[in-house]
Design a protein around this ligand. Structure first.
Ligand SMILES: NC(=O)c1ccc[n+]([C@@H]2O[C@H](COP(=O)([O-])OP(=O)(O)OC[C@H]3O[C@@H](n4cnc5c(N)ncnc54)[C@H](O)[C@@H]3O)[C@@H](O)[C@H]2O)c1
Length: 348
């Protein structure tokens, strides 16, 4: 029988309710939801009823429970640090939503607290688990597109001013489109190419009238010399942004639309010089143009991140969406904001 880890959720009323509880914790074969807590009392009891869990009356009550072995933290970004420290102090394993901390110092303290407590810490960069991204990574590692030279990742949407929205105030969200959505893009490019060593960033408000940036474009240089571009805007209509992922190398390219996002869908093709010769891809070939359609079995990324943290707990290892990678991502984002302020390239 598969061992199940018992989960509690802090901040159950947002993405937790929409995606991570139904598609992740409830669907995972090795997880079980036992308790939830949200400061919004209505959401707290509704989610508990909907998923047959106990509604706790405080974070401390949830963390005291013996039937909570792991917690999923899905609250506004400025709360992650304190909640991770509290959960680690209570001896719970943690899946914390991104970003890992509002600053590099916060992220380092969160990691240190989990190490001290001997608990696992994973971070909600669930797009790493997307089947197309996993396949692209495999192809890059296989050398299918030769020496990688450029990656572009785009994630934009229309996000108008909303009274009290935490993402629209840097004091609560850490920033706007860059930290919120661009963080996923940066994390993905680092998954493909390794750590970034230098960034230059433009960030500002072109359309929306709130304190957080609605526009950001980043140029990155990775340790291995690969160049990258991330563009992320809160002021482009949803249907107009195809959330493109483009990975180029000396021997071809991998081009995707719609894989960067919450769903398991999207499309991906590759142009491979050696296609039709000796490249053994597990994909559908199309014509003689060298175009290959990448078409793996879809993976639900929320289920995958929950199952991965449970396996990491059981196997006593770090999860693949590790806190170390998330710390690096926090360093890159912090360097981006510094670059946007100073107008200079910033080394990481
Ligand atoms: N990976 C993804 O697909 C994805 C998508 C959306 C959001 N997120 C991340 O999830 C987190 C939450 O984002 P969201 O969109 O769900 O926000 P949200 O505002 O929709 O939901 C946050 C929830 O936290 C609750 N909350 C606030 N303070 C709390 C506290 N002190 N204790 C307990 N609950 C509290 C709120 O009442 C609300 O229900 C953020 O870190 C965000 O970056 C990730």
């Amino acid at each position: 029988m598969v061992k199940k880890i018992k989960w509690g959720v802090i901040g159950s009323g947002g993405i937790a309710r929409r995606r991570t509880i139904p598609e992740g914790i409830m669907a995972a074969e090795n997880a079980e939801l036992t308790a939830v807590f949200d400061v919004n009392q209505e959401a707290n009891s509704e989610v508990a009823n909907e998923f047959s869990a106990t509604a706790c009356s405080s974070e401390a009550e949830l963390l005291r429970r013996d039937d909570v072995e792991a917690v999923y933290i899905a609250t506004p970004a400025n709360l992650h640090h304190g909640q991770v420290l509290a959960a680690a102090g209570a001896g719970k394993h943690i899946l914390c939503e991104k970003p890992l901390g509002m600053s590099v110092e916060e992220a380092e303290e969160m990691i240190a607290a989990c190490e001290k407590a001997g608990v696992k810490l994973g971070v909600g960069f669930m797009m790493r688990f997307h089947a197309y991204h996993a396949e692209a990574l495999r192809m890059i590692k296989d050398g299918a597109i030769g020496r990688c030279v450029l990656g572009r990742a785009q994630l934009s949407c229309w996000y108008p001013p909303i009274e009290g929205a935490w993402r629209q105030d840097p004091a609560a969200g850490g920033g706007g489109s860059l930290i919120d959505m661009g963080g996923h893009c940066i994390d993905l490019l680092e998954m493909f190419f390794g750590p970034a060593r230098k960034v230059c960033c433009l960030a500002g408000n072109l359309v929306q009238d709130y304190k957080s940036e609605d526009s950001a474009t980043v140029i990155l240089e990775f340790d291995n010399g690969v160049q990258g571009v991330v563009d992320t805007f809160f002021c482009i209509p949803d249907a107009s942004s195809k959330n493109r992922l483009e990975l180029y190398g000396s021997g071809g390219s991998i081009l995707a639309e719609g894989t960067i996002g919450q769903g398991p869908a999207g499309t991906m093709v590759a142009y491979i010089e050696q296609a039709g010769k000796d490249y053994d891809a597990q994909q559908v070939r199309q014509g003689e143009s060298g175009q290959v359609t990448i078409d793996p079995e879809p993976i639900n990324t929320y289920q995958a991140e929950i199952e991965e943290l449970v396996r990491a707990i059981i196997e006593d290892r770090q999860p693949s969406n590790s806190a170390a990678d998330a710390l690096q991502s926090t360093k890159v984002i912090s360097a981006c904001y510094e670059s946007a302020r100073t107008g200079k390239f910033v080394a990481i």
